[in-house]
Design a protein. Structure first.
Ligand SMILES: Cc1cc2nc3c(=O)[nH]c(=O)nc-3n(C[C@H](O)[C@H](O)[C@H](O)COP(=O)(O)OP(=O)(O)OC[C@H]3O[C@@H](n4cnc5c(N)ncnc54)[C@H](O)[C@@H]3O)c2cc1C
Length: 506
């Protein structure tokens, strides 16, 4: 799956979903279905909502009218902001070459992509007091160091990743054939029998140490560091989430869209022909007319363009844990125990332009291998002077791939850079001054980022009512842009099949 960026820094390992030929979805396709006119509301224009609108258009034809409601910016947790005259990814920044939907859509929309250089810069796994593992500028030396420290566990991890991969890619063929699922466990079981579902029921720690028998050092250093980077949480996340972001990063396996990953949802929304309403949905009320459910969607009265509309189908593509939308007159409650069991993890992205202080990390300022990416092990959360989950140098999102080298020079050659620090809370001025010798500019972006993982996971269903579908329950299995794309396709297929079945019945 390698749905999320990086993980291990071991360039020769294969990733969870690596080779393109393994991706599936290029085989048989179902016969086209053209729906009769109907009205569909989509709540949320992140990657999940924008793709749900786009996939519904592709798989259900032109007659369906789609309204998309978005209370903030199109793109949701993919977004860029301008800092010191450049744009930077603030949320989801890295895509894997194996993420079939995102790869295909970027190509289809003519977006320029750039490979990322995370395996070409020095990395440090830091525990708040010392480095447990470091790499430098020489690839061969890095490989030898990795093998020396982590040994055969790297290969065991890799083969577990390949097994997962061979199961996960099955989803693309199933969705190409029009297969949809009402619950997340059904979807996981269809892909991988009991194994993928089982991985959501145990912690990463249980899976890595007990089931795979990986070495403590690999598990507690690289794997934990990558978990903090990707999810702000350590080995207590579910094993599927961990596997989705852990298996090795090959060279040329991580990429992003030049100008920002948000261009994928923006283009998808444009091409879907949906009408975008910039307002917040406050309620969905169910009514039965002639034996058929219809839904009234109401928006916040204070928003521009606020109002109400009647729909045959509603697709919710925004996390529901905050209960911001009321569901009225539904035969079964939407806010079930499973829904309310999900809370979202706070991740603060601190952007600092300035000179980092190598002495803060116990290093000399002339150290040419000063890590341009720091992964932090969980001990840091209590030991460091203040908590942070990772620290890395940034490349502006508008820069093409050819500019990577200019941003990955050894620190002493260019001491002033833009850094991103993920932390569980905003850092104080004093804390930033400990980490940086000089600060030219700073900015803070606060995210309700991804679920707090608490295996055994329970999942809200995809189908909330006969005509209401929910994309984001899939985030409990693993949160990533490609997962939202898979969830969006599933909900688009459920919606289409529901609308189609109503025509057949009448
Ligand atoms: C800091 C950070 C780093 C990440 N890094 C990566 C990464 O490198 N790679 C990766 O694949 N994933 C990454 N992720 C995860 C990824 O961003 C998410 O899994 C994915 O973007 C979720 O998309 P979505 O459309 O399902 O949800 P969202 O993007 O949250 O979209 C939901 C949308 O609904 C809107 N909305 C909510 N309620 C309402 C309402 N009542 N009415 C109208 N609109 C509403 C919101 O404003 C939002 O735009 C990261 C996330 C964060 C926060």
């Amino acid at each position: 799956m390698a749905l999320r960026q990086l993980s291990t820094y071991v360039p020769f390992l294969r990733s969870f979903l690596s080779a393109e030929e393994e991706q599936g979805g290029e085989g048989e396709k179902e016969e086209a279905i053209t729906l009769a006119p109907a009205r569909v509301a989509v709540v949320g224009a992140g990657i999940g909502g924008s793709l749900a609108a786009y996939f519904l258009r592709q798989r259900g034809g032109e007659a369906v009218e789609v309204d998309v409601f978005e209370r903030a910016a199109v793109g949701g947790r993919t977004g860029v902001f301008t800092f010191q005259g450049h744009t930077y990814e603030t949320g989801a920044s890295i895509i894997h070459t194996s993420n079939k939907y995102l790869v295909d859509l970027a190509k289809e929309f003519g977006l320029e992509s750039k490979m990322m250089n995370v395996t070409e810069i020095p990395l440090g796994v830091y525990d708040g007091e010392q480095y447990l593992f470091r790499t430098g500028w020489w690839k061969l030396a890095n490989i030898v160091r990795s093998l020396w420290r982590y040994g055969m566990s790297l290969f065991r991890m890799n083969s577990a990743g390949e097994r997962m991969l061979s199961k996960f890619v099955g989803i693309y063929d199933m969705q190409a054939m029009g297969k949809s699922f009402k619950t997340v466990p059904e979807l996981l079981r269809a892909m991988g029998g009991e194994e993928l579902y089982h991985l959501t029921q145990i912690t990463a720690e249980q899976y890595m140490l007990r089931d795979l028998g990986l070495q403590e050092a690999l598990t507690r250093e690289l794997i934990t560091g990558a978990m903090y980077l990707n999810y702000g949480q350590g080995l207590n996340v579910n094993a599927l989430t961990c596997m989705a972001s852990q298996t090795g990063v090959q060279e040329n396996s991580l990429w992003s869209v030049v100008g920002g990953n948000k261009m994928i949802p923006e283009r998808a929304l444009e091409k879907s022909g949906a009408h975008l309403h910039k307002c917040s949905v406050t309620s969905v009320t169910r009514r039965e007319r002639g034996g058929r459910a219809r839904y009234t969607v109401e928006t916040n009265e204070e928003d521009e363009g606020a109002g109400r509309g009647e729909y045959d189908v509603v697709i919710i593509a925004a996390p529901l844990h905050d209960k911001a939308i009321q569901f009225r007159d539904f035969p079964t409650p939407v806010y079930t125990e499973e829904m309310m069991a999900t809370t979202y993890h706070r991740t603060v992205a601190e952007f600092v332009a300035g000179e980092i202080n190598p002495a803060f990390f116990g290093l000399d300022e002339n150290d040419r291998s000063f890590p341009l990416l720091h992964l932090i092990t969980d001990t840091t959360q209590s030991l460091a002077p203040f908590p942070f989950c990772c620290v890395g140098v940034l490349v502006p999102s508008e820069e093409p791939e050819s500019a990577n080298a200019a941003y990955s020079k050894p620190l002493p050659e260019d001491p002033s850079r833009v850094w991103k620090i993920f932390t569980p809370r905003p850092l104080s001025g004093e804390e930033k001054r400990q980490m940086f010798k000089t600060i030219d500019a700073e900015a803070t972006i606060d995210w309700s980022a991804y679920p707090n993982y608490t295996p055994p996971e329970s999942f809200p269903p995809f189908e909330l009512d006969q005509g209401v579908f929910y994309v984001n329950g899939i985030e409990k299995a693993a949160s990533a842009m490609e997962m939202s794309a898979v969830g969006a396709m599933n909900c688009a297929l459920l919606a289409r099949d529901y609308l189609h079945s109503r025509v057949e019945e009448s």
